[in-house]
Design a protein around this ligand. Structure first.
Ligand code: NAP
Length: 318
């Protein structure tokens, strides 16, 4: 069941390569409290910079405490404030500690951190496959843990950074942890990113609390995310040429452009009240078409799958 098949697709005036700063130009986020996971690098760092620049109080939550602190220090002169906090999404005790330390309402949670294409299957202490654990389960635990703070904000937003990769596979409820099927780095990444969209869809249960949740594809941006890819893989996907040089692509975005959808969903008044949708290029994405890049797969917007996954993850949290 596609939960929004009857809805008109949501549009904004922003073009596909608008920057994060452009999509919140003139927006005052004073008094708004934001958490950005993985906020010390790549798209997350730009998200932090722009939201703090618009006056928000932003907490950079990442496992690298030194990087988070240096991020906060570098933005000391911003109109908003930037705090650092340690959070390892692959360790549920770290997530629990972050939640226990959080005080007061939370206006925006940007679930941005992620890992991609780990070459070999790794598992966490809870026995979860590492990409699913980091990209999805840790964020699920964080979101559920912070529910009371989100509700207290009155009109909180949850923003989940997924990927166009989600179109490659639905969530495999029969073997989500790759215990019986062969592990594949990209299938595991794609599955985790489908789970991320389903997290946003599943959060519709909190609509009566004024909480909205949307997922997004930031586009293709050159960051450290590709650290687990070797040159052969980069060449195969057309990212670099035979000499290892980056092949310029029209769809390639800068980090400033890649953070735009996150910032739009986190802070723009245009999307107030919009929930359970998937965005890319600063618009709600059209349905995915096989062989055509982009779009959102029906399997990621499936309300039944979202509820089933919510129950599955809740059971893992105990
Ligand atoms: N770049 C793209 O083209 C692209 C495309 C589609 C989707 N995305 C998504 O965009 C998001 C941001 O990616 P990016 O490109 O900005 O990559 P990035 O530069 O590698 O940033 C990822 C961030 O996640 C953090 N992180 C990783 N594992 C973590 C964990 N266990 N606990 C807490 N933080 C953790 C990293 O911290 P460390 O520095 O400590 O590792 C880093 O701050 C990801 O969800 C990614 O899947 C990116």
């Amino acid at each position: 069941m596609n939960n929004n098949s009857t809805q008109v697709r949501f549009t904004t005036p922003f073009h596909s390569h608008a920057t994060a700063a452009e999509v919140v130009e003139g927006v005052d986020l004073s008094g708004r409290r934001v958490v950005v996971t993985g906020g010390a690098a790549g798209i997350g760092a730009e998200t932090v910079r722009v939201l703090a620049g618009a006056g928000a109080e932003v907490t950079v939550a990442t496992r690298d405490a030194a990087a988070a602190e240096s991020m906060a220090a570098s933005l000391a002169g911003a109109p908003g404030t930037v705090r650092s906090a340690t959070l390892d999404l692959a360790d549920l005790s770290s997530v629990a500690a972050f939640v226990a330390d959080w005080r007061g309402p939370l206006d925006v949670l940007v679930a941005n951190a992620g890992v991609m294409a780990l070459p070999a299957r790794q598992v966490t202490a809870q026995g979860w496959e590492m990409q699913l654990a980091t990209n999805y389960l840790g964020h699920f635990a964080l979101t559920v843990g912070l529910y009371g703070s989100l509700r207290a904000a009155g009109r909180a937003r949850i923003v989940v950074v997924s990927s166009g990769a989600h179109t490659a596979t639905p969530f495999d409820f029969d073997d989500p942890q790759f215990e019986r099927r062969p592990y594949h780095p990209w299938t595991a990444y794609a599955q985790s990113k489908t789970a991320d969209v389903l997290l946003a869809v599943g959060a519709r249960r909190w609509a009566a609390d004024g909480i909205t949740a949307n997922a997004l594809n930031p586009g293709w941006i050159l960051t450290n995310l590709s650290r687990h890819m070797d040159e052969a893989a980069m060449r195969e996907m057309g990212a670099i040429d035979e000499n290892g040089e980056i092949i310029p692509q029209p769809y390639l975005k800068t980090v400033a452009q890649g953070a735009a959808v996150s910032v739009l969903l986190a802070a723009s008044p245009l999307v107030e009240g919009v929930t359970g949708r998937y965005f890319e290029d600063n618009q709600e994405a059209p349905p995915a078409v096989p062989g055509v890049p982009g779009g959102v797969a029906a399997h990621a917007l499936d309300g039944d799958a979202a509820d089933r996954l919510w129950d599955y993850a809740s059971a893992a949290l105990g």
